[in-house]
Every structure is written in C-alpha cells, then in structure tokens.
Design a protein around this ligand. Structure first.
Ligand SMILES: NC(=O)c1ccc[n+]([C@@H]2O[C@H](COP(=O)([O-])OP(=O)(O)OC[C@H]3O[C@@H](n4cnc5c(N)ncnc54)[C@H](OP(=O)(O)O)[C@@H]3O)[C@@H](O)[C@H]2O)c1
Length: 269
C-alpha cells in the first residue's frame, strides 16, 4: 500500500526505547526522517544509529525533558534547524508507575509530577513543534494514551487521569487545528510486550517451570484479554504509521483502541 510518507518528518517523544522506538522505526521504514526526543542522550544516540543503519533516513537526536517547557522549546528550536518541516508529532513519552501502593495516599507533589510529565508534557511538545507542521493536509498529531483511561488498573490512578485527559485533549485539538488541515488522534494501546515486559514474562515462566507461551496465555486470560495475548510494539507502530499517512487523512479526533478486545468487558450469560 502506498502511504505517501516518503520525505516527511516526525518527532517521536520517548523515542529512545519501548513503544516510541518501535514507532520511530516503523515510520523510518516508510522513508520518514525522525526527531527522537527523550532525556537520556546515550540511549537516544544508540537508537538513532540503529534507525539510520536500518532505514537510511535522517535521524536528529533531541535530548529534552518534557516536564520542562524551556527544555522542550530548546529541543524544538534545535531540531527544526535541521528538519524545518515536522509533519507528524507523536506524543508517546510517559513515565512508569512510580509505586504500586494506593494513589489516594500519595502527596500533592507526586500527583502533580505525574500529570506534569505525560499530560502537560504532550501540550508543551505540541505547542513547541506546531509552527513547523505544514498546513497542507500532511500534518498529524498522534497521542499515545492507554487503557487506564477506559478501565481500572487498580494502582494506576494518575495513568488513568493522564490518559483520559489526553483522549479529551485530542478532541479539543482536533477542533482547534482543523482549519490548518492538521488531524489529531489518540491511540489507546492495551498491554504491550515492551522489552521489560517480555523479560518479566520469561522470568515468571522460569519460576513457574512453564514455557513463556504457556505463562503468557494464562496471564492474558487472567487479565481478560479476549485475543489471548498482549500487543507487540510493532502493532502499535503500524497503526501510528497508517494514521500518519495520506491513507489516514480522514481519521480525525478518533480514539483508536488497540487492545485485543480488553475493554469490551464481557459478562457471563
Ligand atoms: N507498555 C505498555 O503496555 C503501554 C500500554 C498502553 C500505553 N502505554 C503508553 O505508551 C507510552 C510508552 O510506554 P513504554 O512502555 O514504551 O515506556 P518506556 O519503555 O518506559 O519508555 C519511555 C520513553 O519515554 C522517555 N521519557 C520518560 N520520561 C521522559 C521525560 N520526562 N521527558 C522526555 N522523555 C521521557 C524515556 O526516555 P528517558 O527516560 O531517557 O527520558 C523513554 O524513551 C507511555 O506513554 C505509556 O503510558 C504503554
């Protein structure tokens, strides 16, 4: 399928590892130049080299903390000197669970810190890169939220807050930017097999003396995932790539679930 992405450019936040790296690789395979934004320079450089070798596209490394407006503005200014047009903004960066205890017991500072990172962070990145997004129908903003916005993962209150708000911000920005022909969509992944999660499954399987596949099948059944497995990072990247492409130009303001049916939430007959 011709996606019409060759020669465009995308910024991927949290692009140094995990889902963000898979998204950056997926877009690069379609000929998209990449700005990789995250805090850790070493991992950014490693991923950038990998992508350049694999796809031959330009990859600009932009070390920045999305928790700081100044840091994001500086990264956008530096990156857009190298790639003046940024067609696609992928807001993917997010923090891990800081602790597994009840979040109603957390401090004010901890709540604010989590919201400042993923939610206000995506607004900062969008604002800073927006002047570089063309107004010719190729502009895309793609927000990676998560199913904590749809159901209750018991210890994930701030993830639920961030992701639900991110979905709603998607609607507001889709309305705001429609006049500039920029589409804004959210992708809502369920459980995704990131590097860390795959290693955890291997470890658990060893401890239980079963194969990794057996462990995962039983784990995903317990989690209530009708498809019987978690998503691969490449499956998230494929959906992002389609939404970013010319083929996805009529998708706007959508909240696209990619969760193997997790949120259909069936009840016994
Ligand atoms: N994994 C899942 O199952 C799943 C499911 C649904 C949704 N999601 C969402 O998908 C996104 C990616 O998740 P993931 O599991 O791939 O995460 P991950 O492997 O922990 O990677 C997070 C990325 O974000 C960067 N990052 C973290 N804090 C940052 C900050 N303050 N400023 C800039 N970059 C920052 C990290 O690099 P540095 O640490 O170097 O900054 C890294 O590149 C998150 O928003 C998450 O909520 C994940």
């Amino acid at each position: 399928m011709e996606l019409g992405l060759k020669g465009r450019a995308a910024v991927v936040t949290g692009g140094s590892k995990g889902i963000g790296r898979a998204i950056a690789r997926g877009l690069a395979r379609e000929g998209v130049d990449i700005v990789l934004l995250a805090r850790g320079r070493e991992q950014l450089e490693k991923t950038a080299d990998e992508i350049r070798r694999e796809s031959g596209v330009r990859v600009v490394v932009a070390p920045a903390d999305i928790g700081s407006a100044d840091s994001v503005k500086q990264a956008a200014a530096t990156a857009t000197r190298e790639l003046p047009s940024i067609h696609v903004i992928v807001n993917n960066a997010g923090g891990p669970m800081r602790r597994m205890d009840r979040q109603i017991t957390w401090s004010d500072a901890e709540w604010l810190d989590d919201v400042n990172l993923k939610l206000i962070g995506m607004l900062r990145v969008t604002q800073a890169f927006l002047p570089a997004v063309p107004k010719d129908g190729s502009g895309r903003i793609i927000n990676i939220s998560g199913t904590a916005s749809q159901l209750v993962w018991a210890p994930a209150l701030t993830h639920g807050l961030n992701n639900a708000a991110m979905n709603q911000v998607t609607s507001y920005l889709a309305h705001d930017l429609a006049g500039d022909q920029i589409t804004v969509n959210a992708i809502i992944p369920g459980l995704v097999g990131t590097e860390g999660r795959e290693a955890w499954a291997e470890n658990m399987a060893k401890q239980q003396n079963v194969t990794k596949e057996e462990f995962l099948t039983s784990f995903c059944r317990r989690m209530g995932i009708p498809s019987g497995r978690w998503a691969t990072m490449e499956e998230v990247a494929d959906l992002v790539t389609f939404v970013a492409s010319d083929r996805g130009r009529y998708i706007n303001g959508a909240k696209l679930l990619l969760d193997g049916g997790l949120t259909i939430n069936p009840r016994p007959a």
